[in-house]
Design a protein around this ligand. Sequence first.
Ligand SMILES: [Zn+2]
Length: 55
Amino acid sequence: MRLCERCNRLLKSQKSMGAGMGPVCKKKAAEEAAQAEFERNQVTIFEVLYDKEAG
Ligand SMILES: [Zn+2]
């Protein structure tokens, strides 16, 4: 018996147990990871532009 890492609900399928979270939470986690990656890249681009203007 395993619980979802995000919402602590009981995981019902073997697949969810393997992932450590339910399908909905897994999707949300993937979206958040993609968003975080996107924002990190955005910050990097702005930092590069700012460095050029400052230099
Ligand atoms: Zn969950």
